[in-house]
Design a protein around this ligand. Structure first.
Ligand code: 26V
Length: 822
């Protein structure tokens, strides 16, 4: 007989109460006297994890036995948030668990609050990866996430005197019950060194990468349970560790302490997440992280492949690797190196295999965010890879000259290596050349990629470019974040919508049911009150529960135009000051989000918001007509509190720059109406919900281009628009910052002279549209209908739809169903 439960037909069933008690006593060594709430969280999480373990093992074993084609999702970022509530929902165990805990004297809702967010990402790209993991598991796909186990996640944001201040996010301080160390899974990753050409007696030769400085990658696995299915997929995160046999020569020279101290160096690789999204710094450590991640991951993928296969030609039939932006693109020359130098395949065969294995998702057209590596940095850290990149480029450009164009300007644009005084490796060009599919994340974004950013690539490879519009997981963003709305919906149409979001269509049948609409409003009010309490606690601001909850939460970037929102706030303030008795629809304008620590302009927008909030919130003329709230440290968990309470979703980027947006989807799915530009997925949301149920304003993407082409002069808008002029003059004359005069000078000068993101050009259109919002909010019955239509018609934006599109159009992977047993 086997001692393993996985070998038994009917495994003994664990009771959560027993497991919980056992972990409290035996894992945490606590008793009734010493136990804390945090212990309860930890023990409960371990107990819930225990319930996943057998499914997890069984899933991995099933994938091993059936040996289907697998997909590997490679991302430097995963913004997972909290895992306990999500696990309970996906295991369909939430209610039962809550009741059991109650018997033990614990409140699940309270215990959940002790979990620290797993914030291993910056923003949209990292959260998208987390949503896709949930959908890949729910769709029962043989899929594997790979990432880095950063010791410090996205920084914690504090506000001091109105300014953002960053604190380290040591998320592991109380331990982590969700990941398990794979003690025997370690790979050696090489850095630096040099390339040696080795010649065989018969004259053939190969290249050897020698004298390297090595680091170990150790695996930590996080379970990813699908919703109401047995599949539990795996997220494998690598942590850097010094090689154990380090620097023997230095030992011998007597530099023992030096040698041991050096251990720290290698372990800094996985120390911290880079906190800037839209700006590339070209730092050595960042490239080290990328290669560290890619090398360990490819070794792991190849090890698994070799268990069942010895023919490399089968590789692309069995393995698909999705590259989340260019961050893991060094995987392309890495696979080439392995195939050529280690597996001794010729170039052509290696290239054939490589280009049929990888696919690349682009997430931004913001030029500062396109990764390019200084050739010297790249070559010093990865000498063999630089050679391979050069050879890829040489062959590619040969091909282009033969079949497309020999025009120097065209070749320069296509080249993987940029020319000029500082040669750089262009990771996006490498990604396009080295993959079989390149996808944008919304229709407009894909169109801009094809026509504006990479037009020649699109002509050379017309079938390579495609669109997969982003999506969000309804489990976390509706079912878990908004339990009251979920109950109301389920009471009308059953629970299937949680795994098939298109079913929400059915609630349109209740739009004309006044009782249903009333309940709909009660749900929103319930959520609003929770947020009001939170705001009172955090910011000590009293919020009017009947005001419009007007919310913009996302990373701070100039292109996202939080500044335009502030200009609207000041415009409203001026109306009140002009006529303190004015009848207006009350508003609470809520902001949240982090700015990259070195992004001065974005940080000054945060300061401006807090300065305006100080004045507006303390002006007796304003009363409860207008409040401005900046909620610090926006995170996945905070999003789950804010979004369900919102009425108005601000998606106001300058058209053409927000690749997709996913917050826009989360708000609409929770019954907020969008005010937005024709940008990213806003366009597709409008198409789905209907133009009467969304507030669109501003220049179109092409109009932005035209305006700039004919010479945009923001000063003209300032001079011809008295309301805009007044707002700008107030900021410029320190109205909101009398104690710190001049701090907004750079901002004002930027707006008046350049206004790269067309804030002035869109100002009036935005104000007019906001007035329309207020007008329509007055009619609560009509507003409620629009809110219902938004939810009913949001089905397309489920990450289940997005992931099935990837599976069909790119990955060619099929579900592996685990139906019976535990
Ligand atoms: C760039 C860099 C540069 C180096 C430092 C670290 C770092 C991290 C991230 C990035 C690129 C961020 C790109 C991004 O997050 N794009 C967002 O992707 C979302 C998911 O597709 C999409 O909804 C947003 O519109 C898009 O801005």
């Amino acid at each position: 007989g086997s001692i393993f439960f996985t070998d038994k037909e009917e495994p003994e069933s664990f009771s959560i109460s027993n497991q919980f008690a056992e972990h409290l006593e035996f894992t945490l060594v606590k008793d009734r006297i010493t136990v804390t709430k945090d212990d309860a969280y930890y023990a409960l999480s371990l107990a819930v994890r225990d319930r996943m373990v057998r499914r997890w093992l069984r899933t991995q074993r099933e994938y091993h036995i059936k040996d289907p084609k697998r997909v590997y999702y490679l991302s430097l970022e995963y913004l997972m948030g909290r895992l306990l509530g999500n696990a309970l929902i996906n295991l369909d165990y939430y209610e039962e668990c809550r009741e059991l805990l109650k018997k033990d004297g614990y409140n699940l809702e309270e215990i959940k609050e002790y979990e620290h967010d797993m914030g291993l990402g910056n923003g949209g790209l990292g959260r998208l990866a987390a949503c896709y993991l949930d959908s890949m598991a729910t769709l029962q796909l043989p899929a594997f996430g790979y990432g880095i186990r950063y010791e410090y996640g996205i920084f914690a944001q504090e506000i001091e005197n109105g300014y953002q201040v960053e604190y380290a996010d040591y998320w592991l301080k109380n331990g982590n019950p969700w990941d398990i160390l794979r003690r025997s899974l370690q790979y050696r990753v090489k850095f630096y060194g040099r390339v040696e050409k080795k010649v065989y007696p018969d004259g053939t030769y190969y290249f050897d990468w020698v004298d390297t400085d090595d680091v170990l990658a150790v695996a930590y696995d996080v379970p990813v349970p699908g919703y109401k299915v047995k599949n539990v997929n795996n997220l494998r995160l690598w942590q850097a560790k010094a090689v154990s046999d380090f620097e023997f020569s230095e030992f011998n020279r007597g530099d023992y302490v030096e040698a041991v101290a050096k251990k720290n160096d290698s372990e800094t690789i996985s120390k911290v997440l880079y906190p800037n999204d839209t700006y590339v710094e070209g730092k050595f450590l960042r490239l080290k992280q990328q290669y560290f991640f890619v090398s360990a991951t490819l070794q792991d993928i190849i090890r698994k492949f070799k268990i069942n296969h010895d023919n490399w030609e089968d590789f692309p039939e069995k393995v698909c690797i999705q590259l989340n932006d260019t961050h893991p693109v060094v995987a392309i020359p890495e696979l080439m190196r392995i195939l050529i130098d280690q597996e001794r395949l010729g170039w052509e065969k290696a290239w054939y295999i490589t280009t049929r294995t990888f696919a690349y998702t682009n997430h931004t057209v913001v030029p500062e965010a396109l990764e390019e590596w200084n050739e010297k940095i790249f070559g010093e850290l990865l000498p063999r890879h630089l050679q391979i990149v050069y050879e890829i480029n040489r062959r590619f450009l040969e091909d282009v000259k033969k079949n497309y164009s020999a025009d120097e300007a065209v070749l320069e644009k296509l080249s993987i290596i940029s020319s000029g005084p500082e040669k750089r490796v262009r990771m996006a060009n490498l990604a396009i050349v080295g993959t079989f599919a390149v996808n944008g994340v919304a229709e407009l974004h894909t169109h801009i990629l094809k026509t504006r950013i990479f037009p020649d690539f699109n002509k050379i490879y017309p079938k390579k470019f495609l669109c997969v519009t982003n999506g969000i997981t309804p489990r976390r963003w509706i079912r878990a974040a908004n339990p009251e709305l979920s109950k109301l919906i389920t009471s009308k149409i059953g629970e299937e919508w949680v795994r098939d979001l298109s079913q929400l269509k059915q609630i349109e049948n209740f739009v004309d049911d006044a009782a249903f609409r009333k309940k709909w409003r009660e749900v929103k009010m319930h959520n609003r009150r929770l947020l009001i309490d939170y705001i009172k606690n955090e910011n000590n601001i009293d919020v009017n529960p009947d005001s419009i909850f007007d919310v913009q939460v996302k990373r701070f970037h100039e292109y996202k135009r939080q500044l335009l929102n502030v200009l609207h706030v000041i415009t409203l303030y001026n109306r009140i000051k002009d006529n303190p008795k004015i009848k207006m629809v009350p508003r609470t304008v809520i902001f949240g989000g982090k700015a990259a620590p070195a992004y001065y302009a974005a940080k000054m927008v945060i300061k401006l918001i807090n300065s305006v909030a100080d004045v507006v919130n303390n002006d007796p003329d304003v009363g409860d007509k207008l409040k401005v709230v900046f909620l610090k440290n926006y995170s996945v968990t905070l999003a789950e509190k804010i979004i369900p309470a919102s009425d108005l979703s601000e998606q106001i980027s300058v058209a053409g720059l927000e690749a997709s947006g996913t917050g826009n989807m989360k708000f609409a799915a929770n019954g907020a109406l969008t005010i937005g530009t024709m940008d990213g997925a806003n366009i597709e949301i409008r198409e789905e919900v209907g133009e009467e149920n969304i507030f669109i304003f501003g220049l179109l993407a092409e109009e932005v281009v035209e305006l700039k082409a004919k010479g945009y002069n923001p000063r003209k808008y300032y001079e011809s628009n008295p309301s805009l002029k007044r707002v700008i003059d107030m900021i410029a004359s320190n109205y909101f910052n009398p104690k710190e005069p001049g701090i907004f000078n750079d901002m004002i000068n930027g707006l008046m002279n350049v206004d790269y993101y067309c804030v002035f050009a869109d100002y009036q259109s935005y104000i007019d549209t906001q007035d329309k919002v207020a007008q329509e909010f007055l009619n609560q019955e009509e507003w409620t209908k629009k809110s219902i239509y938004n939810v009913a018609r949001i089905g397309k934006f489920s990450s289940d739809r997005a992931v099935s599109e990837y599976a069909k159009k790119i990955w060619n992977v099929k579900p592996v169903k685990l139906n019976n047993g535990n």
